[in-house]
Design a binder for this molecule. Structure first.
Ligand SMILES: Cc1cc2nc3c(=O)[nH]c(=O)nc-3n(C[C@H](O)[C@H](O)[C@H](O)COP(=O)(O)O)c2cc1C
Length: 183
């Protein structure tokens, strides 16, 4: 069985999760690809697809990739800078999952926090975006906390999630059972 990890990462947080999953995978052929280097030949039995959240959903490059994808078995993960355990966090992951599930089988998904890049922090602090993004004492404290994410624990949980699901998918397949998308 071959697992391909394909990700898009602007400032490195999603890359950390992708690399953590990659290094944890055992007993399979595996490869890892950054979409900025182009789309790889899709020869994996399972694709694990990671994106950074842009305006509440998959970033543009991963969105375009997901729109074209069909007939594959996939896992979806993402990082975002607002609370991962919020409605926004859930919906930001679900947008990617729902898009993938239209034409593919989804074996699992995972969302965790990532740091807000220095560039975005500078924008918010200079008030360029104004509105609900503008810096405040409360947001400064949240951004400081998020600055250490993804943590090793978050990366390990992503690795555990997909490691388990790959094994489960394998057992379903070996027993002639159908894996229904988890949405
Ligand atoms: C243009 C832009 C839009 C973003 N939109 C959101 C958003 O809607 N919700 C959110 O929680 N974080 C948002 N973020 C924060 C990133 O999703 C977050 O920092 C992510 O972990 C970055 O991942 P990366 O380091 O792999 O690029 C945005 C960041 C940028 C640069």
């Amino acid at each position: 069985m071959k697992v391909q990890i394909i990700y898009s990462s602007l400032s490195g947080c999603t890359r950390k999760v992708a690399e953590g999953i990659y290094h944890s995978l055992t007993g399979v052929d595996k490869s890892i690809h950054d979409l900025k280097d182009g789309e790889p030949v899709l020869d994996g039995d399972i694709l694990l697809l990671g994106y950074w959240v842009d305006k509440g959903g998959p970033n543009e490059q991963m969105h375009a990739f997901l729109e074209k994808l069909k007939g594959k078995t996939v896992g979806i993960f993402c990082t975002l800078a607002f609370y991962a355990d919020s409605e926004h966090g859930y919906q930001s992951l679900k947008k990617g999952v729902d898009l993938a599930a239209q034409k593919n089988t989804v074996i699992g998904s995972y969302v965790c926090n990532g740091a807000l890049s220095e560039q975005m922090l500078a924008r918010f602090r200079t008030g360029k975006d104004g509105g609900h993004h503008a810096a405040s004492p409360e947001k400064e404290l949240r951004w400081k906390m998020m600055n250490t994410h993804p943590t090793q624990a978050e990366i390990s949980l992503a690795a555990e999630r997909f490691g388990e699901r790959i094994q489960l998918y394998r057992e379903f397949t070996e027993n002639g059972l159908k894996f229904v998308s988890i949405q």
